[in-house]
Ligand binder design. Structure first.
Ligand code: NOJ
Length: 572
C-alpha cells in the first residue's frame, strides 16, 4: 500500500489566498513577488502542495471568483513570468501547485460573455443561459445563492441570463460542447505549463434542471434569512439547511455534471500525475472506479459548532462508509469561505491548545488534509464592521437583509454583515509585529484591515523564535506526519472505550501501529484502552507540555490533550 500511494494522497495541502498572503511590491495587495519571497517559509512549514485561490484577471466582484481571462495573471498580482517563477520555485522545493478552476461561470466582463450579450444571433449567444421572460417577469422563480433572483434582464436583447452567484457571474451553458472544449483548453494551458491539478470551484452548480420549472417552497429568501438569524439549536440549523437544499434543488447536483467530470478527468489523465479536487461533499463526484475527481471535501466534518469526539466519530463513520471503493478522503477545518477554525472551534479560553488538538486530528484522520493560510499562527476571524469597508459583497447583502427583514438597527446590521460575510477570514497574513504586520509598508493601506492581534504575538516572526509556539507545533506535526507513514496510508480503526469524550483510534499498516487518543473536552479525562500495553508505547506527539499519566491500560489526559503513541519495534 505504502508503495502505491500517490503524491496527492500523501500530501498536506495549504491554501494560499493570493491577495492576502504576501505583498512584494508594497501596494497593500498580495502578489506573486510576495509569494516568491515566502517560498522558503512554505518549505520550512513542511507542506507538500499549495492550492492557490484565483490569481486570474478579474473585476473582483466576488474576490477573484469572477474571472475575465482564464489564461492570465491579475495585473495587481504580477504576470505570467512571475507566476512561472513561483511555480518553479515550489517545484524546486518539492511542493506541488494546484490552481482554482472556476467552471460554472465567468465574469460578466469576460470577452465570451461580452460577445454573447452583444446580440441574439452572436455565435457565442448560446455559451451562456439566456431565456425569454415570463411576460414582464423573470423566466422562473429561482433564486441566486448570493441573493435575489437568479435572472438578470438585458434590455438590449430583451432576454434574461441566469446566474447562480452574483449577477456579475453569468453561468456558462455546459450543454454547449463548444463551451466544454473552450474551458478544457483553458485548463490544458496551465497543465502544459506544469501545474499539478485543479481545485474545481462550485462543481455542483454547473448544470440546471432543464425543465426550468418553478420551485415550490412555502418560504421565500427573506424568510429563510430570518430563520437562519434566529436559529439556535442544531435542529433549527438543520431545518434552515433543508430549506436551502429545497430552494436550490433544481440548480445544483444535476446528473449531467458527472459526464463533464469524467471528460475532464480524461483531459488530466493525458498528463502525468495530476489531481482534481472538487469543492463539494457529494461523494458521487468520485465517480465509478476512479473516473471523476480524486478528492472531494468532507465538509460535514467542519459543519458543527463543536468538534466533539461524538461528532468526529459520527462523521467518520458516515463519511468513510459512504465513499466508493478505493476513494480517498479529504478533510479540512476551514477555508476562505468559512470562519477561521481558530475562532470558530475555539471556546475563547483554550483556543491555542484546541488549535493544536484540531491540527493533530486533521493530520491523523484518514485522508488528505487541507490547511488554510494563517491558521498555523492562530489567525482568528477579524470582524470588519464598517459597511463602507466591506470588500465581500456578501457582507453587504447580509447587512441589508438584516435591516430589511429583521428591522435591525445600524450597529447590529453591520455586525451581521461582518459575521456572515467572508472578509473576516481573508485579512492579510501577519508576518511580523511591525506596522501592518509586515504585510505591507507602514503608511500603506492594506486591501483589507490587518487584525491588530499581530502585536500580541500572532505573527510569524515572533513565533518562529518561540519553541513552543503554534507555528512550531504546526511544523512539528507536519514532520510527524511525514515520518510516520501509517498516518497517511494506515488503516483507520476506532477503538471503543469507556470514555465518550476521548476519541481513540488506530492508524496502522503492516509496518507500524499508531494509537491516537484525543481528549476533545475541556476537562481532564481518564480512558481505559484494553487493546494495548500502553506504557510500552512511545509518545511521538503531544498537544501539551504536560506528560500524560500512563498506566498499563489507561491514560489520564488533561483538557484538550491529544497524543500519538507508537508501538515500539522490538528488534532482534
Ligand atoms: C466557491 C468559492 O469558494 C467562493 O469563494 C465563491 O464565491 C463561489 N464559489 C463562486 O465562485
Amino acid at each position: 500500500m505504502r508503495e502505491q500511494i500517490k503524491w496527492w494522497q500523501k500530501a498536506v495541502f495549504y491554501q494560499i489566498y493570493p491577495r492576502s498572503f504576501a505583498d512584494g511590491n508594497g501596494d497593500g495587495i498580495g502578489d506573486f513577488k510576495g509569494m516568491i519571497a515566502k517560498l522558503d517559509y512554505l518549505k520550512e512549514l513542511g507542506i507538500d502542495a499549495a492550492w492557490l485561490s484565483p490569481h486570474f484577471p478579474s473585476p473582483y466582484v466576488d474576490c477573484g471568483y469572477d474571472i475575465s481571462d482564464y489564461r492570465g495573471v491579475a495585473p495587481e498580482y504580477g504576470d505570467l513570468d512571475l507566476f512561472k517563477q513561483f511555480l518553479n520555485g515550489l517545484h524546486a522545493r518539492g511542493i506541488k501547485l494546484v490552481l482554482d478552476l472556476v467552471l460554472n461561470h465567468t465574469s460578466d466582463l469576460h470577452p465570451w460573455f461580452q460577445e454573447s450579450k452583444s446580440s441574439l444571433n452572436n455565435p457565442k449567444r448560446d455559451w451562456y443561459i439566456w431565456k425569454k421572460g415570463n411576460g414582464k417577469q423573470a423566466p422562473n422563480n429561482w433564486y441566486s445563492a448570493f441573493g435575489g433572483s437568479a435572472w438578470e434582464y438585458d434590455a438590449a436583447t430583451d432576454e434574461y441570463y441566469y446566474h447562480y452567484f452574483f449577477k456579475e457571474q453569468p453561468d456558462l451553458n455546459w450543454k454547449n460542447p463548444a463551451v466544454k472544449e473552450a474551458m478544457f483548453n483553458e485548463a490544458r494551458f496551465w497543465l502544459n505549463m506544469g501545474v499539478d491539478g485543479f481545485r474545481l470551484d462550485a462543481v455542483g452548480t454547473i448544470f440546471e434542471d432543464e425543465s426550468y420549472s418553478n420551485i415550490k417552497l412555502k418560504i421565500d429568501q427573506d424568510e429563510l434569512f430570518r430563520l437562519s438569524q434566529i436559529a439556535e439549536t442544531a435542529k433549527d440549523h438543520t431545518q434552515v439547511h433543508l430549506y436551502w437544499m429545497k430552494m436550490f434543488k433544481h440548480q445544483v447536483d444535476q446528473p449531467e455534471v458527472h459526464q463533464i467530470m469524467k471528460d475532464l478527468r480524461k483531459v488530466i489523465n493525458k498528463y502525468e500525475d495530476r489531481v482534481l479536487i472538487g469543492e463539494t461533499d457529494d461523494v458521487a463526484f468520485y465517480g465509478n472506479n476512479d473516473d471523476e475527481l480524486q478528492l472531494n471535501f468532507n465538509f460535514p466534518l467542519m459543519r458543527t459548532k463543536k468538534l466533539s469526539a461524538e461528532h468526529v466519530r459520527k462523521n467518520q463513520k458516515e463519511r468513510l462508509s459512504a465513499l466508493p471503493v478505493g476513494a480517498w478522503p479529504c478533510n479540512t477545518l476551514g477555508n476562505h469561505d468559512s470562519s477561521r477554525a481558530f475562532s470558530y472551534f475555539g471556546d475563547g479560553v483554550n483556543d491555542n491548545i484546541q488549535a493544536r488538538l484540531n491540527l493533530m486530528l486533521l493530520l491523523s484522520l484518514k485522508g488528505t488534509p487541507f490547511l488554510y493560510n494563517g491558521e498555523e499562527i492562530g489567525m482568528s476571524d477579524y470582524l470588519i464592521t464598517d459597511p463602507k469597508k466591506f470588500k465581500d459583497p456578501l457582507s453587504t447583502l447580509y447587512y441589508n437583509l438584516d435591516k430589511k427583514v429583521m428591522g435591525a438597527p445600524e450597529p447590529n446590521a453591520s455586525l451581521t454583515g461582518a459575521e456572515r460575510g467572508r472578509d473576516k477570514c481573508r485579512t492579510p497574513l501577519q508576518w511580523t509585529n511591525e506596522p501592518n504586520a509586515g504585510f505591507c509598508p507602514a503608511g500603506i493601506e492594506p486591501w483589507l484591515p490587518v487584525n491588530p492581534d499581530y502585536r500580541k504575538g500572532i505573527n510569524v516572526k515572533e513565533q518562529e523564535k518561540q519553541t513552543d509556539s503554534l507555528l512550531n507545533f504546526y511544523r512539528f506535526m507536519l514532520k510527524v506526519r511525514r515520518e510516520n507513514p501509517a498516518l497517511i496510508s494506515g488503516e483507520y480503526q476506532e477503538i471503543e472505550t469507556d470514555n465518550q469524550s476521548v476519541l481513540v483510534f488506530y492508524r496502522r499498516d503492516a509496518q507500524q501501529v499508531l494509537l491516537l487518543a484525543l481528549n476533545l473536552s475541556d476537562t481532564e479525562q481518564q480512558v481505559v484502552v484494553n487493546t494495548h500495553d500502553l506504557y510500552k508505547m512511545k509518545i511521538i506527539a503531544n498537544t501539551v507540555k504536560q506528560q500524560p499519566n500512563v498506566s498499563i491500560h489507561s491514560l489520564a489526559l488533561s483538557s484538550y490533550q491529544g497524543l500519538i503513541l507508537s508501538e515500539v519495534q522490538i528488534s532482534g
